[in-house]
Design a protein around this ligand. Sequence first.
Ligand SMILES: NC(=O)c1ccc[n+]([C@@H]2O[C@H](COP(=O)([O-])OP(=O)(O)OC[C@H]3O[C@@H](n4cnc5c(N)ncnc54)[C@H](OP(=O)(O)O)[C@@H]3O)[C@@H](O)[C@H]2O)c1
Length: 211
Amino acid sequence: MKIAVIGAGNVGGTLARRWSALGHEVVLGLRDPDSAKSRAAAAELGLKAKDRAGAASGADVVLLATPGGVAAVEAAQACALNDGQILVDATNPLNGRLDGLEHPGGLSGAQQIAQALPGVRIVKAFNTVGFGIMAQPVREGRRSVLFVAGDDAAAVERVSALAAETGFEPLHLGGLAASRMQEEHALLWIHMALKAGQGVDFLFSICRGSA
Ligand SMILES: NC(=O)c1ccc[n+]([C@@H]2O[C@H](COP(=O)([O-])OP(=O)(O)OC[C@H]3O[C@@H](n4cnc5c(N)ncnc54)[C@H](OP(=O)(O)O)[C@@H]3O)[C@@H](O)[C@H]2O)c1
């Protein structure tokens, strides 16, 4: 699969590395692909860096891994996506203190992107676990759950398959309205990691069945 990863930071870099190792054709989409920083990031990952529209052109899946909120909407717009392309939103519209979300008008970050990009199939995923868990989603035999939401069933299915291939247990929450809860869940994860003493090396897993 052709995957464009927008942003080569903690999340973008980690998932780009994983997906490339799984045999996908991964290209980085960066604000300034010719800068020394971008060239170093691409070289470290062994990938090509392009501008965001260049990377997203023809991609089966585009992962958005930039700061959330207004920056994410602007980054998504800079990808110049065609109708029907799949954009996976891994961002969280965090406030500066990392203790709240910016949901203007009650819209999640993913819904703000969907409003700005009608026709693009937006799927919310990869926003609720730390990047260290993305590198290795199984701990002591337990698979991390990965919440997935979106309004287009085929796009959700494709992203869920990619999540499963990455080592997660994908869990479909429903339409994109559920992205609000996913962003709240990310806030809980951040609170647990940074303020409630759990550190970053933990995951949420689902247990089923009767006792
Ligand atoms: N860190 C985590 O464990 C984690 C887990 C789940 C979700 N998230 C979410 O994923 C997103 C990325 O997190 P991260 O930790 O990977 O961030 P990061 O390390 O700071 O990387 C973000 C990338 O986005 C680009 N960028 C930076 N500022 C930008 C701006 N103003 N506009 C557009 N692009 C910008 C940069 O790439 P270029 O400058 O090269 O374009 C940078 O490499 C955030 O929304 C975060 O809430 C993070």
